[in-house]
Ligand binder design. Structure first.
Ligand code: NAD
Length: 477
């Protein structure tokens, strides 16, 4: 298991001497320690990335060669998929079905998708109203990009940033979340094995201070951050002051609308998946369910029964459907919201029994009869706590769904495709799914409105986000 940092092609424990433990959240046991980078280590990593950005080896690499490098990395990751999935499950807690069926394959697909873009990033020519000139644009990389990632899907979210960074010719310094650094360090090994030149990809480990040092570093041209809205605001403020590029993928509180004619069983199954995937530690988790009052009780009871039947356990156990939360802190936060929901007067349905008492497990909690003003319906919980709210008049739905600071995702369950699409157009969210669980694809733009973030990842949007346009004029006279 790789536990040291990668700076300028060298593995190092850094200069600070400090280290941080990373735990198996299903047992609470320490798996490994990783270095806590000192400011000097961050400086060294950024300097290495800055040198690599200007190097002939990287800047001069032909697009077809860069594409091959990325395809090689994808192949290496795919060949090692099983080990990556097990490591992600052990460090993060997600069931093996999630890590091996979703996280790792999605990362592989992102690498291949962006490898495909490398040879297709074009500028334009434009008919200027100036005599005797030729005008064209070039899309150029930004420079050193700081990629700061959260703990809920460590490998996958890293690759959402890394793949377009490399495809566009940037260099990067990665800082994984302190709770889940292990798959990032293992991927760094594969980056070297694939033949990516030294300094193009660097990894520093540590907590918020390491992230801050990266964000304020004068040689960092862009910060691509996924994490909480509070930290996103802090980063945006600093990036605004320094005039750095910034992309922010932040929190969410996705509404799920279930109309009177919806297929309730399909909606229950899809919402259970959308609400309980990765124990609810998903920025797009379906968390507040607006159900036609005539179907509210039926939906809530079926949802609660499905949640209670969910098999909790260690992510490595084959029959586990839901793993632990990532840390004691997240577990306590989820349980605190369960108490808040009860105090607020919502009805808590029976919860599944919990076997054993080790690890950071939380039984799914389904509340019904929830009202819009309750904290459980308004605040991001990032745990398996689901709120069912009745509605009487479909005309109130848009305002209620939009009555939130967030705007990452929404879902609509209806057999009337006209109703569903009219709602989809008016909900303020970066992604709307109709009659389906949350699904992602490298080709589909991803990101939030309002307090859910700035900018979009995936698809062509990420190519734009990691490049800038240069105008080139040629005098033909
Ligand atoms: P977090 O904001 O606490 O930490 C995220 C990362 O930022 C970590 O690497 C952390 O060390 C670092 N960090 C913390 N403070 C920093 C600072 N001041 N400056 C620079 N870096 C700093 O978030 P988290 O608790 O790890 O993740 C959960 C949050 O992430 C949730 O709010 C969730 O909704 C959000 N999220 C969003 C998306 C999305 O695509 N929109 C995806 C996953 C998670």
């Amino acid at each position: 298991m790789r536990t040291d940092m990668l700076i300028d092609g060298e593995w190092t424990t850094g200069t600070g001497g400090g280290s941080l433990p990373t735990l198996d959240p299903a047992t609470g046991e320490v798996i490994a320690h990783v270095p806590e980078a000192a400011e000097a280590d961050v400086d060294a990593a950024v300097d290495a990335a800055a040198r690599a950005f200007g190097s002939a080896e990287w800047a001069g690499m032909l697009p077809a060669e860069r594409a091959r490098l990325m395809l090689r990395l994808a192949d290496l990751l795919e060949a090692d998929a099983d080990a990556f999935a097990r490591l992600e499950t052990t460090d993060q807690g997600q069931p093996l079905a999630v890590s091996s069926g979703f996280s790792v394959p999605n990362a592989v697909e992102h690498l291949r998708y962006y490898a495909g873009w490398v040879t297709k990033i074009t500028g334009i020519t434009a008919p200027l109203s100036v005599p005797d000139v030729d005008y064209r644009t070039r899309r150029e990389p930004l420079g050193v990009c700081a990629l700061i990632t959260p703990w809920n899907f460590p490998l996958m979210i890293l690759v959402w940033k890394l793949a377009p960074s490399l495809a566009t010719g940037n260099t990067v310094v990665v800082k994984p979340a302190e709770q889940t650094p292990l798959t990032t360090l293992r991927l760094a090994e594969l980056v070297r094995e694939a033949g990516v030149p030294d300094g193009v990809v660097n990894v520093v480990t540590g907590g918020p201070e390491v992230g801050r040092a990266l964000v304020r570093h004068p040689k960092v041209a862009k910060v691509s951050f996924t994490g909480s809205t509070g930290v996103g605001r802090e980063i945006a403020a600093r990036a605004g002051h320094d005039l750095k590029h910034v992309s922010l993928e932040l929190g969410g509180k996705a509404p799920s609308v279930i109309t009177s004619d919806a297929d309730i069983d399909a909606a229950v199954a899809g919402n259970l998946m959308g609400g309980l995937l990765n124990s609810g530690q998903v920025c797009a988790a379906y968390t507040r369910f607006y159900v036609d009052a005539a179907r509210h009780d039926e939906f809530a009871e079926k949802l609660a029964a499905g949640a209670a039947a969910t098999k909790l356990g260690h992510g490595l156990a084959e029959d586990t459907q839901m793993g632990p939360l990532v840390s004691a802190e997240q577990r306590d936060q989820a349980e605190r919201y369960v108490r808040i929901g009860q105090e607020e007067g919502a009805h808590l349905h029976d919860r599944a029994p919990l076997d054993g008492d080790t690890g950071y497990f939380v039984r799914p909690a389904v509340f019904s009869g929830v009202t819009d003003d309750m904290r459980i319906a308004r605040e991001e919980i990032f745990g398996p706590v689901l709120s069912v709210l009745p509605y009487d008049d479909p005309d109130e739905l848009v305002a209620r769904a939009n009555d939130t600071d967030y705007g990452l995702a929404a879902v609509i369950w209806s057999r009337d495709i006209g109703v569903a699409n009219r709602l989809a157009a008016r909900v303020r969210a970066g992604t709307v799914w109709i009659n389906m669980p949350p699904v992602l694809d490298a080709a589909a733009a991803w990101g939030g409105m309002k307090a859910s973030g700035l900018g979009r990842e995936m698809g062509w949007s990420a190519i734009e986000a990691f490049t800038q346009v240069k105008s080139v004029w040629t005098n033909l006279a």
